[in-house]
Structure formats: C-alpha cells, structure tokens
Design a protein around this ligand. Sequence first.
Ligand SMILES: [Zn+2]
Length: 212
Amino acid sequence: MGGRGSGRPAAYPSRPTAENSLPLDIRHLHRSGVLAPGRACRWQWTVNGRIRGSIEIHADFSQVELIYTFTGHQRPAEDIRQAVLLERTPCALGGHRPWFRCPACARRVAVIYGAGRLFACRLCKGLPYASQGETQDDRAARRADRIRKQLGWMPGILNEPGVKPRGMHWRTFRRLVGEHDAWVAMALAGMSRRLGLMHGMLADIRDRMHPS
Ligand SMILES: [Zn+2]
C-alpha cells in the first residue's frame, strides 16, 4: 500500500476505463456455463479480493437478463432488469461462438460494461483502455483482416467466417483459416489481458464450492 507512484488518495474516484467498469465478457460466461438456457446464477467482480459489483444473470436461448440494483449519485437505489440479446456465429471449422448485441447500438460485441445505469459496449460507454498494448492487438487484428481479404471474407475479426473461395485448394484454405484464427485469438487475448485487471466470476455454484 502507498508504494512509489501510488499518489492518488484512496477516496478519489478513479477515471472510468474499460478495465474498471464491470466488464461482462461473453467468453467467460460461455466457458463458465452461464449461458445454458434456463440457467440463473450470480456473477460478481472482485478487485484484490473485494467485491466491486454483483449481478444476477438469467439465461435464455436468445438473450440474457441482467438483474441488479443500481445506486446512482444521490439517487435512491433502483432495481433493474436489462435484457441483452445473444447471437451465435458459426466458426469456420465447426462449433459456434456466442456474442452480445450491444443494447444501445446493436453492434455485435464480446464484452459489455456496467459503467452507469445500464450495460452497453465500450464505444457506447465511451470507455478508453487504461493500459498500453493496443498496438500489438491491433497488429494481430490487422493481420487477421489481411487474410480475410485474401479469402474474400467480410472484413472485421468479429464477423462470421466465410466459405472457401472457388479455385483455392482445401489445404491452402485450411492453412489460411488456421493463421486467421491464431491472429484473432491473439487480438482477443490482448483484450482479455487488459480486462484481467478486474476478475469476474460465478459466485453461486454451491455444488462446486461445497462438494458433499
Ligand atoms: Zn454499443
């Protein structure tokens, strides 16, 4: 505590950034089984072991409902139920990948943020990244995009994969898809690393926490 460089008073509110604004990452939810239709569970964010936020998530096939109490500046606490649409895109070599539809702009995004009263994407919330390292992620995303162009796929790493171009050998296609997926994974990993400053986790899996 109070080490070199930590000059900010504890009570001073920190600048809102993507990292400290309750990021809800659909890949974490998916991996944790939270998106199974009919499932209801509690998700919470901790920083250094202290709980910073907590919501209930009720999953349906086509949407999740986020249920929480919002306490604004000098306002009474408000119970909120926000529905966020889900979308699933096929992966080039099989399987599906889930996404959020940002409730504000309808863009397909992997992460929405709880900065303020309702959840929305980083751009809608106007949240900058606090940490460096974007250039490396951007480079990975650009390389993936270059391969997408070569394959005649729609640009943008969050868009769906396309099909094999006519006349291209399957072996070449598989190699390019493999390279593309690796660059995409690198770009997304960079994003996750930045989000890793704040940990989100499932809070109420009792059968795992208290094995009988
Ligand atoms: Zn948005």
